[in-house]
Design a protein around this ligand. Structure first.
Ligand code: GLU
Length: 366
């Protein structure tokens, strides 16, 4: 699939497929897929379920109907097993990010999560997100990582969301009872009929299964994120994805949204100043889709604050090649321009933690 940054959501049935907790049965192939994507320069954020399933055998429980408190206890101990299970398949470090949907609704926490993930991706770390089940409120219940993954995809401005489970995708009818059920490869618009086909009602309160996957797709495509439901138990699915063949159901991103963000950056935000950049930085921005670092800056013009929009000018052609949001004021930039990112803290002090001047997510190239 053609993407630059994706969230991959892995369901419990793939992480802990038996009563015995975590296993490499499916996670090995998923990890190999992630590694191949990273080798191609793609960025991956993993949203992994499996805490409850992995911790099931470690907490005493009598009945098959587990209470919420028991599930939370299982999830918290299973989380350790689950993280260890992922880490053993990667040479790069994995990070554990536990969040709730309430965290993502809070502006300050949203930004804090966004920055944590950004910095980790820039440092070659694989962020692994799960719901913080211990503190998640009863009303949001344990068990909706599909919707959480759609929110995570928005926080980290992913262009794609892959929901991996043990089903092939959305079918025209329930494939378990209808021999003539056909897999739907492409869904342009998520209507009530789509929910009906998946055997779930849009308004019914039930969670899990296909319903939360379609809900997640609905949230993601509205934000310009292509969403795929694919079968993560079949290793040939990953071979297809690497060959850019859709092996499941694809929900096409709303293209107007992508244009709206670019449009907003390009036309609505007025530039307060400009930054002239050297050949190396021009090449990195244009050819590699990189962020602008202080080392590539030759000069800074006009007064602007951190968070203001600025023009990025090629020092050779004197043309504006991009526009973006500067994370530093003009004064601070004058002090760090031409310097290596490591020197920022020395020059500006501890509170400046970003090594990037204009992040590529906040930049539009002309
Ligand atoms: N957070 C839960 C767990 O780790 C799972 C949520 C879900 O499967 O959607 O077990």
């Amino acid at each position: 699939m053609d993407f630059n940054r994706a969230v991959i959501k892995v369901g419990s049935a793939l992480v802990a497929p038996t009563e015995n907790g975590c296993s490499g049965k499916y996670t090995l192939a998923i990890s190999q897929f992630i590694t191949k994507c990273q080798q191609q320069g793609k960025e991956i954020i993993l949203v992994s379920s499996g805490g409850v399933a992995a911790g099931r055998s470690l907490i005493q429980h009598g009945s098959p109907n587990l209470s919420l408190a028991t599930k939370k206890a299982m999830s918290s101990v299973g989380q350790m097993q689950m993280m260890a299970n992922w880490q053993r398949f990667f040479d790069i470090p994995c990070s554990q990010i536990l969040i709730t949907q309430e965290d993502l609704a809070d502006r300050r926490r949203f930004i804090s999560i966004k920055h944590t993930i950004r910095i980790q991706l820039d440092n070659g770390v694989l962020p692994i997100v799960n719901e913080n089940d211990t503190v998640a409120s009863a009303s949001s219940s344990v068990g909706d990582n599909d919707n959480l993954a759609a929110l995570v995809a928005q926080v980290c401005e992913a262009d794609s969301l892959f929901i991996l489970s043990d089903i092939d995708g959305v079918f025209t009818k329930d494939p378990n009872i209808n021999d003539d059920a056909v897999l739907i490869p492409e869904i342009e618009e998520i209507t009530d009929e789509i929910y009906d086909m998946a055997g779930v009602s849009r308004n019914h309160l039930a969670t899990g299964g296909m319903k939360t996957k379609i809900q997640a797709a609905e949230k993601a495509v509205e934000h310009g994120i292509n969403t795929y439901i694919v079968n993560g138990t079949r290793s040939e699915v990953f071979a297809s994805l690497l060959q850019e063949i859709n092996p499941g159901t694809r929900f096409a991103a709303d293209k107007n949204i992508i244009t709206a963000k670019k449009h907003w950056l390009k036309h609505t935000l007025k530039s307060q100043g400009s930054i002239t950049i050297d050949n190396g930085a021009v090449k990195a921005l244009v050819n590699k889709g990189a962020s602008l670092l202080p080392a590539g800056i030759k000069s800074v013009k006009n007064r602007f604050k951190a968070g203001d929009s600025v023009d990025l000018i090629d020092h050779q052609s004197k043309k504006v090649i991009a526009k973006g949001i500067s994370l530093f004021s003009h004064n601070d930039l004058k002090r760090i321009m031409g310097k290596h990112s490591d020197e920022i803290t020395n020059v500006l002090g501890e509170h400046h933690q970003s090594s990037v001047v204009v992040h590529r997510d906040d930049m539009v190239l002309f």
